[in-house]
Design a protein. Structure first.
Length: 263
């Protein structure tokens, strides 16, 4: 798509601001902390220019350094902006009171998550009021292929699309439940899509359990997932199918209808 520039673009455009925002993108895309030299090289500026930009962004809270003070990563302020944007889109505001109700009903922490590329990204964490607290926090990412939340989030992709997403990627074995190949992942995705929910008992971490269900948009596409998750000691497994599963599935349906789903 060709960008149409304002007739006074050269007058209004602020190069310094553009470079600062580009630094944030560079670090986000790298997925790991970067040195000033690495930032300057990727940005195409001198080390001194890169230092002034990173110094300013760090001073404002958009960047932070590691213990060595040599590597820069995104700071809490930029992450806060990101979550403010997501919150403004409505899904977090819509889901939160119902997730709180689910948490209170089950006495287990509840969560909201979406797919972001190859990751499950947690948007909200409603912490249990009991001592059985999950170790998941807002903003955390986990690999889709290893998580029941991820299997549900992949449910609307075709087999070919899943193969393309993971072409050339080696699955890291987290537990004995982790899919070992793309074909195994596709099988898991199709099974949970058929059931309409998924149960994990030690799939990602031993001693932890999760029950998850999809959130659907107005045409029935999976746009997010919710779950209840915590240590095994937080659950009464005799009530798994009679209580916990219906509670999660019904809450997911209530949120979906609030988001426009008509089914």
């Amino acid at each position: 798509m060709t960008e149409t520039l304002h007739k006074n673009h050269d007058r209004y455009f602020i190069p310094g601001l553009s470079r600062g925002l580009r630094v944030l993108e560079i670090i986000a895309e790298a997925g790991e902390p970067l040195t000033i030299a690495e930032i300057g090289k990727k940005l195409g500026v001198s080390r001194s220019s890169a230092f002034r930009i990173t110094y300013t962004l760090e001073h404002l809270g958009f960047l932070k350094t590691d213990k060595s003070d040599k590597h820069y990563e995104l700071g809490s302020r930029i992450l806060g902006l990101g979550f403010s944007y997501l919150n403004s889109q409505g899904i977090i505001k819509t889901a939160k009171p119902l997730l709180e109700k689910l948490r209170d009903m089950t006495e287990v922490s509840s969560h909201l998550a979406i797919r972001d590329g190859e990751d499950v990204l947690y948007l909200d964490n409603i912490t249990s009021n009991t001592s059985f607290v999950s170790n998941i926090f807002t903003g955390e990412r986990r690999p889709i292929y290893a998580s029941v939340l991820g299997w549900i989030l992949l449910g609307d992709l075709t087999d070919s699309e899943i193969h393309t997403l993971y072409d050339g990627i080696t699955f890291k074995k987290l537990t004995e439940h982790t899919p070992q190949c793309i074909e195994n992942l596709v099988e898991r995705v199709r099974n949970v899509a058929k059931d309409g929910y998924a149960i994990s008992r030690g799939f990602v971490q031993r001693g932890g359990s999760t029950i998850t269900a999809p959130l659907l948009d107005d045409i029935g596409q999976v746009i997010a997932v919710i779950d209840i998750s915590g240590p095994d000691s937080a659950f009464d497994f005799d009530k798994l199918q009679s209580f916990y599963v219906p509670a999660v599935v019904d809450t997911a349906m209530e949120i979906s209808r609030s988001l426009g789903y008509k089914g």
